[in-house]
Design a protein around this ligand. Structure first.
Ligand code: IPM
Ligand code: MG
Length: 361
């Protein structure tokens, strides 16, 4: 197979974890006889520095012309004071919107070997295996008006939360489709006791559900969901929710796995190439120190192979390698227990490559 991939390392630890993921991908390409051609492009703070634009046109062009996109992370204190339009995060949000990356899949799987790495009791997180399906191009992230008005104590800031029936329907369908190939259970998370947009969301879920009689579903209020994720995380199969609820719940859910550094994601497009990125941020405090956990990005590559290129076997082999590395006890600082050796980004990457060699087909 011959494919082109747009690579957007971004800021902070982005370049390090993406570098790791590409080394792993190269190894897989060699083992399975594929050719992946990379085109690098800037996004976020580094793009502001180079082009005075967090999402330069040439980056968008590169993405549109590729078969898939790998992204690291954006942002950092250096750019925090910039005007809203120049912020690194704006580049990522614009990329999501422009490429219509409406469906963000965030699988949360607890590895047996990491049961002790989570702050929760092992018996509670054993068997956790669910996926958060987060709407990614609507809601309060993009609603208009978004502005500041007035002065002094009357100064006012406005964000707007809007959803169209179409936007809700396509993400909810994605949730039901995924449930069909999983354990057949959808939990739709909203705030229908308060928000009008959530009441429309519920209506749409009811309608869509009728098309999937083989899938059971329920509605759950977001505050309750935040609690249930800790109380009985193994209960969930597919969690489908709007943009900001999904943002918050997925960071919470990552701690079930032991570290924010473990969660991969896929942002599926309605029209073109999809994007694969870790859910964590740019971690400026450890950038450039070879300490970051590369596994979220490496696992995002497994999602890419599976969802974008249909390479199920390759994805499976990579997931197996990641699992074997964790079992071998080689762990970055975020996962290592007190007094335990802390492996570097490069060491963990080497270990994944070594494991891939072992499971050579
Ligand atoms: C995420 C991140 C982004 C978001 C930020 C960086 C804009 O937190 O992908 O979860 O809020 O969506
Ligand atoms: Mg987030």
């Amino acid at each position: 197979m011959k494919k082109t991939i747009a690579v957007l390392p971004g800021d902070g630890i982005g370049p390090e974890v993406v570098g790791s993921a590409l080394r792993v991908l190269d190894q897989l390409a060699e083992q399975f006889n594929h050719q992946f051609d990379y085109t690098f492009a800037d996004i976020g703070g580094c793009a502001v520095d180079q082009h005075e634009n967090p999402l330069p046109d040439q980056t968008l062009d590169v993405c549109r012309q590729s078969d898939a996109i790998i992204l690291g992370a954006v942002g950092g204190p250096k750019w925090d004071q910039l005007a809203p339009e120049m912020r690194p995060e704006k580049g990522l949000l614009k990329l999501r919107k422009e490429l219509q990356l409406f469906a963000n899949l965030r699988p949360v799987t607890c590895f047996e070997s990491l049961l002790d790495a989570s702050p929760l009791k092992p018996e509670r997180i054993k068997g956790v295996d669910f996926i958060i399906v987060r709407e990614l191009t609507g809601g309060i992230y993009f609603g208009e008006p978004r502005e500041r008005r007035g002065v002094g104590s009357d100064e006012l800031a406005i964000d707007t939360l809007t959803y169209t029936r179409h936007e809700i329907e396509r993400i909810v369908r994605k949730g039901f489709e995924l449930a069909q190939v999983r354990r057949g259970k959808v939990t739709s998370v909203d705030k229908a006791n308060v928000l009008e947009s959530s009441r429309l969301w519920r209506e749409v879920v009811e309608q869509v559900a009728a098309d999937y009689p083989d899938v059971s579903y329920e509605h759950m209020l977001v505050d309750n969901a935040a609690m249930q994720l800790i109380r009985q995380p193994a209960y969930f199969d597919v969690v489908v929710t709007e943009n900001m609820f999904g943002d918050i719940l997925s960071d919470e859910a990552s701690m079930l796995t032991g570290s924010l550094g473990m969660l991969p994601s896929a942002s599926l497009s309605a029209v073109g190439p999809s994007l694969y990125e870790p859910i964590h941020g740019s971690a400026p405090d450890i950038a450039g120190t070879n300490k970051a956990n590369p596994l979220a990005t490496i696992s995002s590559v497994a999602m890419l192979l599976k969802y974008e290129f249909g390479l199920e076997e390759e994805a499976g082999v990579l997931e197996e390698a990641v699992s074997a590395v964790l079992e071998s006890g080689v762990r970055t600082a975020d996962l290592a227990k007190e007094g335990e050796a802390q492996a570097s980004t490069d060491e963990v990457t080497d270990e994944v490559i070594k494991q891939l060699n072992h499971i050579r087909v």
